[in-house]
Ligand binder design. Structure first.
Ligand SMILES: *[C@@H]1O[C@H](CO)[C@@H](O)[C@H](O)[C@H]1NC(C)=O
Ligand SMILES: *[C@@H]1O[C@H](CO)[C@@H](O)[C@H](O)[C@H]1NC(C)=O
Ligand SMILES: *[C@@H]1O[C@H](CO)[C@@H](O)[C@H](O)[C@H]1NC(C)=O
Ligand SMILES: *[C@@H]1O[C@H](CO)[C@@H](O)[C@H](O)[C@H]1NC(C)=O
Ligand SMILES: *[C@@H]1O[C@H](CO)[C@@H](O)[C@H](O)[C@H]1NC(C)=O
Ligand SMILES: *[C@@H]1O[C@H](CO)[C@@H](O)[C@H](O)[C@H]1NC(C)=O
Ligand SMILES: *[C@@H]1O[C@H](CO)[C@@H](O)[C@H](O)[C@H]1NC(C)=O
Length: 492
């Protein structure tokens, strides 16, 4: 046994150690390539009930019932960025980033959830943050919605309400109006797939039925916001609007046709459930056939996947001005026998088996393994599938449990994922425009509380000052931001 463990240990060390310069891409990133860092409102701001902000579904789930959080913590203060945004921007400035991806808290801006009443204190907070960024030549990349739905709207049905798209479009209009003169990149909804997959935390939600209604509502809400921007703001503000999609790279477990098809099926269910409608107008064919087939066997007289009308198709198609993607890890996919027919089940609708290799280095989160080559394969798949879009990598990062300053795994992760990105651009012709690290600093990681630390800066959650300290990875990333080069010295 000892021998076995020693072998694993060495293999792990060798693997991580392999991020040596000789194996990394040594071409400079283009001059106009943007480097940045990401956060989200609920995970950093705190001040959940200050200055007129009202309750969101996240406040309800994570701050009022901290029992669901594994360390019993909550986000009522988090990084206290509501008071310390200048410290955040100072780190961003020292890093030399081009942009900062952050989100707006809906209930800080619109306390009723509706666009009938604007909370000036909340608006002032974001205006101050944006001003501070501009002073330091950092572009805001603004997420309109990152998980924190007004509880008032959740109580009226949330994503399942047919009114959701209009609530969202009205909120978005307020955001464009208030902040749009300073924003070139808007992200409407962050990780819609996860939003629907976790919606049962906030209210009644039937997996396999509401999952797809939720997806359609989010797509329609995004499209509605895009149309508002297109009609009312684009001419004068000249920005771009996209949804920020997420997912793993799905690697076939073997070269058998069955496993290759299984991996492709899962790509279409995870990435395609949103990207396919955005680029082609409709759900992926495999989603339509599999869900219709299983629905019928389950006794439904129509598919659980809502059929899109021609009007819906026309409304949604073409509403992604660039391809924003969050990507962290890779998963292996194996074909299996058709899962048993029982009650609706969105996992059984995909109908594949997924796993990861034991010798892939694991982060402090069990799903997040170190697989940098997945980035290159994924970028190629997105290029081939969605007409060579301009891609912005809006999140990518590594978690540990310690928050240690000597974070060489995170440094290597950023290095190797960026090297694969550069390979994809250089050798495969993928159009990648920008890259943001998740995250600027350690923050509140949902049910993992403060046990999973993604930051390039450490935050002392035991101090009322929430003191920020840069980790080693941040010094490496600073070098990349400033030189556009991953190694000691780049070609040309
Ligand atoms: C949230 O955490 C703080 C410590 O940061 C604690 O004082 C407070 O009681 C917690 N709130 C709830 C509702 O548990
Ligand atoms: C959206 O805003 C318009 C104009 O203010 C208002 O008439 C409408 O009722 C709002 N829609 C919803 C669903 O709240
Ligand atoms: C699949 O085939 C390729 C090319 O022949 C090979 O490099 C790869 O290792 C094979 N993959 C698996 C999982 O067997
Ligand atoms: C079949 O679907 C239609 C349309 O949704 C519905 O009106 C009808 O009641 C359904 N019939 C059965 C037997 O469920
Ligand atoms: C859904 O299906 C998956 C895969 O077939 C299975 O592992 C899981 O237990 C099912 N979930 C429920 C709630 O039945
Ligand atoms: C990481 O940072 C620590 C403390 O700042 C320093 O002692 C150490 O040498 C650094 N490690 C590397 C690999 O740069
Ligand atoms: C918090 O910061 C203030 C002002 O910089 C300082 O005086 C104080 O000692 C700090 N408190 C702690 C607990 O670090």
């Amino acid at each position: 046994m000892l021998r076995f463990y020693r072998f694993i240990f060495c293999a792990t060390l060798l693997y991580v150690g392999s991020a040596d310069d000789a194996k990394l891409n040594n071409k400079k990133f283009p001059k106009n390539f943007l480097f940045g860092a990401s956060t989200s409102a609920f995970q950093i701001e705190g001040a959940w009930n200050l200055d007129g902000k009202t309750e969101s579904t996240c406040d309800r789930a994570f701050s009022k019932q901290p029992s669901i959080v594994i360390d019993g913590s909550n986000a009522t203060v988090a990084c206290d960025s509501y008071h310390k945004y200048k410290e955040d921007v100072a780190i961003l400035r020292d890093l030399g980033v081009d942009h900062y991806k952050f989100s707006l808290a809906w209930t800080r801006i619109l306390p009723t959830g509706y666009a009938n009443e604007i909370n000036e204190a909340g608006v002032k907070y974001y205006k101050n943050l944006i001003r501070e960024l501009k002073i330091n030549q950092i572009q805001p990349m603004v997420v309109i919605y990152h998980n924190d739905l007004p509880q008032s709207l959740q109580d009226k049905g949330g994503f399942l309400s047919p009114l959701f798209p209009e609530w969202f479009a009205n909120y978005s209009r307020v955001c464009f109006e208030l902040f749009g003169d300073d924003v070139s990149y808007w992200l409407t909804i962050n990780e819609p797939f996860e939003v629907c997959a976790t919606a049962s935390n906030s209210g009644p939600f039937v997996d396999g039925i509401d999952t797809y209604i939720c997806a359609l509502r989010l797509l329609t809400a995004h499209a509605a916001a895009w149309h508002v921007y297109d009609k009312e703001f684009r001419n004068k503000q000249k920005g771009k609007v996209a949804m920020a999609l997420n997912g793993e790279w799905m690697e076939p477990a073997s070269n058998s046709t069955e496993d290759i098809n299984a991996a492709e099926t899962r790509m279409q269910f995870i990435w395609g459930s949103f990207a396919h409608p955005l680029y082609y107008g409709d759900w992926p064919e495999i989603m339509k056939t599999r869900i219709a087939m299983r629905s019928k066997l389950e006794g439904f007289n129509q598919s659980r996947l809502p059929e899109l009308t021609q009007e819906q198709i026309n409304y949604i198609k073409g509403t992604n001005d660039f391809f924003a993607m969050n990507h962290y890890t890779t998963i292996l996919v194996k074909a299996i026998e058709e899962p048993e027919i029982s009650s609706p089940n969105s996992t059984a609708d995909i109908g594949v088996f997924t796993y990861q290799r034991d010798d892939w280095l694991s982060s402090s989160l069990s799903w997040l393994k170190y697989v940098p080559w997945g980035m290159r394969k994924l970028l190629n798949w997105l290029k081939d599938e969605y007409f060579s879009p301009n891609i912005i990598i809006t999140e990518n990062g590594w978690a540990d449990s310690t928050g240690q300053l000597d974070d060489d795994v995170r440094e290597n992760y950023i290095k190797e994922y960026l090297s694969n990105t550069r390979d994809a651009m250089d050798e495969d012709g993928v159009n990648v425009m920008a890259y943001s690290v998740w995250s600027l600093m350690d923050n509140f990681e949902w049910i993992s509380g403060y046990t999973a630390k993604f930051g390039m800066a450490y935050v002392d959650f035991n101090s009322p000052n929430r003191t920020r300290t840069r980790k080693n990875s941040s010094f490496y990333f600073e070098k990349v931001c400033k030189t556009h080069c991953l190694v000691e010295k780049c070609e040309d």
